[in-house]
Design a protein around this ligand. Sequence first.
Ligand code: ADP
Length: 485
Amino acid sequence: MKVLHVCSELFPLLKTGGLADVTGALPPVLSKLGCDSRVLLPGFPAFMKGIENLQLLIELPAKFGASKIQILSGTIPNTEIKAYVIDATGLFDRDGNPYSDSNNIPYADNYRRFALLGWVAARIAEGIDSEWLPEVVHGHDWHAGLAAAYIKASEIYNGKKLAGTILTVHNLAYQGVFPAHVFHELELPGYFFNVHGLEFFGQLSLLKAGLFFSDKLTTVSPTYAKEIQSNEQGCGLSGLLGSRAHDLVGILNGVDPEVWNPVSDKLLIANYSAKSIANKAKCKITLQEYTGLKVQSDFPLFTIVSRLTEQKGLHLVVEGIYEIIKRGGQVAILGSGEAEIEQAFVKIAAKHPDSVAVQLGYDEDHAHRLVAGADVILVPSRFEPCGLTQLYGMIYGTLPLVHKVGGLADTVNDVSLENLAEEKATGFVFNEFNIVEFNAAVRRAFALFSRKTEWKKTQKIAMLQDLTWDAAAKKYFELYQQVSN
Ligand code: ADP
């Protein structure tokens, strides 16, 4: 089975969020199942530098504002996975964030940049690489939404099926919406600009193109797959998603044990496992020292590793943090995003340096130190397609405290008496998104922390959850078989 993944981020080369973790981890696991996966990437500087042994495959006619387009092929470092990289002069050769400029304004020509990504995917499905022809094209998020549209256009024009198509929605809130007047630049059949196509409330949506034209749709948890069919969480697409319910599957993300594993994580001062967890205490002390927090072990240390955006529900933490401080707890935060949330945490940390530490920015190493050194990881998201940090927390014996929504609802079991009795509890779950319920979950965390035996038992259960990618890879493989026939 040959599968082309089309995406704009890939760990460890370029990452702004969980998407990169998925596209980095999934192809190697799929190859263990006999699935020959390749990846198609825009030629961002990180990929031009990071993909190894890049060689020219073919030069294509200049279009979408690029003065020259070359398709290169190479290998993703430390894997045997091949990557195609689109070297498009003028489109992708910009430093920094892949989607926006240094003032955080999305690039005005993003529709052209990601049209090119989808257009090249269709050319690969047509056979521009004489040695490798995908049977399935698997797009990720709105950046790859047009791949299915270009493939459909080619199939209609040539009267011949090219490849099965799948789109995975990692976050429905990001849609790639552009003004209608740029549609003619996409070189798609005119009638594709239609409610049955990529028209979206008078504009055009790259995500909708993928949702409409792909053979199958997936998202990253079963609960989110249901939620996005509702008006509240459908982001204007619930009607389309509802009409495609029989083609929409929720497949939970996993954890890459090569990257997130307390037994072998080289970024930790000391390694530990579910069987022998004593060294986790050393990680906590080192973290307290590193962040300037008071070194103490009597109360829980909470952490946040997150984009600091409205989605992540951190206003609850800004409000509830005083309850944590009052009870002797500590909070160590790593993140970047909206200035208002950043500044709120910075202010609190300045007032309570023994109890609250904040590091603004993106720092993969510090993320590992926090996940290992803390006792509880806070993920109170308003909505959460899957969420990865609660999974990392569990694997590291750092119990997640989460809002019961999306993938958080699917992956964390509250420490209710029945869950404790049945040895199913893995964290603290609050149902309604409000401060009363959040604070109650915080109090449950303190209560459990004071009962050492039960805390340790819950940690162990969390650490022993099977969160690997194997189950997900099998489900994707089944879908590939369905769409490639
Ligand atoms: P999302 O994709 O919505 O940002 P996920 O929980 O799915 O949320 O994935 C977030 C990923 O980004 C995780 O791997 C997390 O560790 C990482 N991450 C988020 N913020 C930071 C940060 N400031 N520094 C380092 N890693 C971060």
